[in-house]
Design a protein around this ligand. Sequence first.
Ligand code: GRG
Length: 411
Amino acid sequence: MLQAMKSLNLRALFFSLIGTLLFHLISLFFHLIRIPFPYFEEALFGLGAHFKHRPPPLFHLIRIPFSYFEEALFRLGAHFKHRPPPLFHLIRIPFSYFEEALFHHGAHFKHRLRPQSSLNFEHYMERKVTAVNEALDAAVPLRAPLRIHEAMRYSLLAGGKRLRPIFCIAACELVGGTQSKVMPIACVLEMIHTMSLIQDDLPCMDNDDLRRGKSTTHKVYGEATAILACDGLIALAIEHVTVKTEGIMSTAQIVQAIREIATGAKALIMGQEEDIRSEGMSNVDLKQLEFIHLHKTAPLFEASVVLGAIMGGGSTKEIEKLRKFGRIAGLLFQVVDDILDVTKSTPELGKTAGKDVMAEKVTYPKLLGIDKSREYAEELVQDALGQLTGFDPVRAAPLVSLINYAAYRQS
Ligand code: GRG
């Protein structure tokens, strides 16, 4: 009898222990699956992330966080109200829902799980910007007469993003070319871009005091020297295409490069003229605005990738795909420029913020509003990335990241 009671007690104890354990395991399980979803979603929405494909309700059951995303979110400056326990860090499962949002937000992943994601974009940009800056520095030596050379160097080496030369190098490397071969052409693109900015800032155009975080060229050197610096940069650009490419480009390639640059420059002039004429006009529609942006900004981006592809020995099909990619990238850049003009401050931009509104310029936010302008930028990102299908994904990674950078930059 005693024996039977003992074994009954033991059995009861055993079952109660198992029951308690199960209860705790189940509540722990529910606790764990409860935390992660709001944990990420809250952080992502707080960052203003957009999800193109929200996961179906079923997926909401699987709410697994992992350090892969956490790392990226931290780099974006995300704040988490509830951090999941370290146990979760063991579970590292890619989740395209989060990945897409983070990637499009400009996030960088140290350990990317997709093939193209092994690129460390920050390091990539650092390396490319340094190489371009060194080449530009060497391109304009400080010589007599000092003042004009100083003015050219002042604007050229003022520390821009160097996006056009980097797009050019990335396109060249995408089709199998090398940075050293394309560098003179990459510099040409920055020279023309810089001279267009000096002109754009002149009192007779946008009349601006600040560019790239510094006083504009005419403010420092006076209008006459600023205009001559523009002329000097055009002359230097032509010299670079024809002289600095000797032995590395065929005559046919040089002619093609000059044609691309001239076509781009012509378009820039037309876009700028329409931009200035549209100031203060209330009847400018989307079609006209697209004309302005497609001329004022897109052609130099287009020329950048096309020249990169030509220099890299790309096929006609590759060049034409990249041409479309470059044009969309340029349009995207200008749409984002319009958005930043009304959403960021002067110190953040390094140029005068809110000047489009002040000058009564027609912009995407003015015609569509900020949200629709962002949606349009998002469409352009997808459109541009679509042009890269068919290219080797690892080699295309810099252009993918550059598009994301152009779209989600903060200045
Ligand atoms: C190569 C032979 C040869 C000639 C060059 C390119 C060129 C001819 C002239 C430049 C025309 C010009 C002033 C274009 C402006 C381009 C431009 C993108 C200006 C900046 O646009 P904004 O005002 O941007 O929208 P910011 O940065 O001022 O907000």
